[in-house]
Design a protein around this ligand. Structure first.
Ligand code: NAI
Length: 695
């Protein structure tokens, strides 16, 4: 049963009951229609109250039915709303807590709406690249006015019910301490005999000179929505509530909804939505796996990463102690944190009270004894196995039993690190991205022996820290950096063959990357890659890299931090200026290695960069380093500035078609440094079967 039916005196109460948020799935819709029928047939019933059980009126469409034929099975949401709207007895929506999407559209089909204060009211469909498709664009402006409706529908953000109390959306917003159901029933009794029944559809949207307003809105929204078509479609559809008759407006809304649902941008957004939800699910770690409580955290190393990581804990209200070897380093780390918070406060994004609170949660020490009672310790010292070994041996000696021992290493073997301790089950990798207080991605590296409860705890912690946690197996570079190495390698070869940094970056940025590979290198520090390559030259001498990046580092051009990298930088300005010196070096290098430079198209640049990611991604998937293709997409969307409207590299490859991707890779394999293009067996297999990574 997913909607309950009871009669209370002369009022029938239909309670949507589909936890957690009363999503309007088929069973709920069917039960609601059934309840409405019963109420019509019962002479004792004079009015009908519709409400929601538990923690919501209704959160809207049932996400379990997304992309499933169930959503289109009768009674559809449209049919349910029609039954409500055609009821011969007055219907009253009794709204509380959450009333979003289809839930709000259902409420708008009722004759009356009453609400508790604090209920979240929203039509968030735009966030999935859609528009409200069950009458929301036509009914909402009829009760809150054109301007408010456009704002709500284009932004998708929620407004607390009390802020809408003065609109015709609500007939009454009750006092905080009211009993919703009792008050709604009293209201229903009061209006039981009122005829004709008021209907939102019969109201007019009044807005003098609406054309001028709409034109202004179109311009603003177009300028703000980038590659996404949904926001402007939302404006056009809401506009129809003024310019069209109600039924014609509904038809228009339906047509635009179906159009948007087919756009690659909406498909990408919906993919990302599910990818994020799925990322926290690990097949052999059931949802009811016990988690350890994290009440106190510690960080070893107060450098770039340690400081940022500490801020994450403080922002989440978890006290955190930073441990350093020298007072000077500790003071510097703490001062940087304070400065970061001060800057945020100066921008008006942090109140003095929150500043005090957060800074107050962060303390420092030079003694391991002071961190022994922490529930989790994150190691963020130099990227050197010897240093990691000494830290983990000390942690093993002092930390209380059950403490989670995490490492922020970006390249080292987490299993080896775990082996320095007598409790490898408590060791896990937590690979934050720089700047750690800003970047959403957290790669959670599951070692051979990492305990299931440790993994579950770390995943839960990532949510608390407002990060997107993605689980990776142990390998060099984990998911993100292992793939990016292939991408950067191609970027290097492109320089040798005919490109300059600016052309490569522009092509990548036109594709939608937040930053091209060379601007990214200048931001992250070109010396990091140099350090890794020098190790590879010894350990894996058969991997070929372009020499250009080494030559750049030999010139001391490490990036923004040294004021010069692939580009020139001016003090106090992050803008990248093409560098004559670097471009000369690139041309000279081509001549030195005997490569005749050629004109390279933007298409080739993008294909070589992106398919390098895809091919390595396929290997990572095949080896089980990533559990699913969508996890790889999440890593790239949240950690590497991959364009959201393309859904991540693996989803993008699916969109292009794996057969086409493979054809391009086979072509590159015949070109210069073709050895870098051995197609991943999984890609070959899926392309042959006509399948997708994300199937
Ligand atoms: P950093 O050099 O800025 O900071 C390291 C800090 O650790 C220094 O303050 C140093 O005094 C301290 N330290 C060194 N040995 C110590 C010891 N035995 N006990 C206590 N403190 C000690 O380095 P960064 O960039 O913060 O990197 C730290 C870790 O994070 C490395 O493993 C690195 O690979 C990883 N990482 C770095 C990223 C980045 O973009 N910088 C991104 C992701 C991970």
């Amino acid at each position: 049963m997913s909607a309950d039916y009871v009669v209370n005196g002369s009022v029938a109460v239909i309670t949507l009951n589909n936890p957690p948020v009363n999503g309007l799935g088929l069973a709920t819709r069917t039960a609601a229609v059934e309840g409405l029928r019963k109420a019509q047939a019962d002479d004792a019933v004079k009015a009908i109250v519709i409400t929601g059980a538990g923690k919501a009126f209704s959160g809207g469409a049932d996400i379990k039915e997304f992309n499933s034929p169930k959503a289109l099975t009768e009674p559809t949401l449209h049919s349910l709303i029609r039954v409500v709207e055609n009821s011969e007895k007055p219907t009253v929506a009794a709204i509380h807590t959450i009333c979003m999407g289809g839930g709000l559209e259902l409420a708008l089909g009722c004759n009356y709406r009453v609400a508790m204060p604090g209920a979240q009211i929203a039509l968030p469909e735009v966030k999935l690249g859609l528009l409200p498709g069950a009458g929301g664009t036509q009914r909402l402006p009829r009760v809150v006015g054109l301007e408010k409706a456009v704002n709500m529908i284009v932004s998708g953000t929620f407004i607390p019910s009390e802020k809408l109390a003065d609109t015709a959306l609500f007939d009454e917003v009750f006092a905080k301490d009211a009993n919703l159901l009792e008050s709604a029933i009293a209201f229903a009794n009061k209006v039981a005999d009122v005829r004709p029944l008021p209907k939102v559809r019969d109201r007019k949207v009044d807005y003098p000179n609406h054309e001028a307003f709409l034109q202004f809105t179109r311009n603003t929204v177009k300028a703000m929505s980038g590659p996404f078509p949904a926001p402007i479609e939302c404006v056009e559809t809401v506009a129809a509530s003024v310019t069209h008759k109600f039924e014609d407006g509904l038809k228009f809304e339906r047509e635009r909804f179906l159009h948007l649902a087919q756009t690659p941008e909406s498909k990408a957004l919906r993919h990302a939505f599910f990818a994020e939800r799925n990322a926290s699910k690990v097949p052999d770690v059931p949802a009811d796996t016990p988690v350890r409580e994290i009440r106190q955290a510690a960080i070893v190393g107060a450098g770039t990463m340690g400081g940022g990581i500490a801020m994450n804990f403080a922002n989440a209200g978890i006290p955190v102690i930073l441990l350093e070897t020298k007072q000077e380093a500790l003071d510097k780390g703490l001062a940087t944190i304070r400065k970061n918070y001060e800057n945020t406060m100066k921008k008006g994004k942090l109140t003095q009270e929150k500043f005090d609170q957060r800074v107050g949660l962060i303390t420092g020490t030079l003694s391991y004894a002071d961190i022994a009672q922490a529930d989790i310790v994150v190691e963020a010292v130099f990227e050197d196995m010897g240093v990691k070994e000494s830290v983990f041996r000390q942690l093993d000696a002092v930390m209380k039993p059950g403490a989670i021992l995490a490492s922020n290493t970006s390249t080292l073997d987490v299993d080896k690190i775990a082996a320095f301790t007598s409790r490898p089950q408590d060791v896990v990798g937590t690979h934050f991205f720089s700047p750690a207080n800003v970047m959403k991605l957290l790669e959670i590296v599951r070692g051979k022996e990492t305990g299931k409860d440790v993994l579950a705890t770390t995943l839960a912690l990532s949510k608390k820290l407002k990060k997107t946690g993605v689980v990776s197996g142990v390998c060099d570079g984990f998911i993100g950096n292992r793939m990016v190495e292939q991408y950067v390698r191609q970027a290097g070869f492109l320089l040798e063959e005919g490109c300059l940094p600016e052309q490569v970056d522009k092509a990548a940025e036109k594709f939608g990357f937040a930053m091209g590979p060379f601007r990214m290198g200048d931001l992250a520090g070109n010396d990091i890659g140099w350090y890794i390559r020098k190790r590879r030259y010894v350990e894996q001498p058969d991997i070929v890299y372009s020499k250009t990046a080494d030559l750049l580092c030999e010139m001391g051009r490490f990036g923004q931090k040294t004021g010069a990298g692939w580009y020139d930088y001016k003090a106090g300005d992050r803008k990248a200026y093409p560098s004559q010196e670097v471009n000369d070096m690139i041309l000279k290098n081509s001549a030195d290695i005997g490569v005749e430079r050629r004109k390279i198209s933007d298409q080739e640049i993008v294909e070589r960069l992106v398919y390098a990611l895809v091919n390595e991604g396929a290997r990572i998937l095949e080896e089980g380093i990533a559990m699913r293709a969508s996890d790889i997409d999440m890593v790239y969307l949240t950690g590497y500035g991959f364009p959201l409207f393309r859904g991540g590299p693996m989803f993008y490859a699916d969109t292009v078609g794996l057969y086409n991707v493979l054809m391009a890779i086979e072509k590159f394999a015949k070109g210069r440094h073709g050895e870098a293009w051995k197609p991943a067996p999984l890609l070959v297999k899926l392309a042959a079967e006509g399948k997708r990574f994300n199937d």
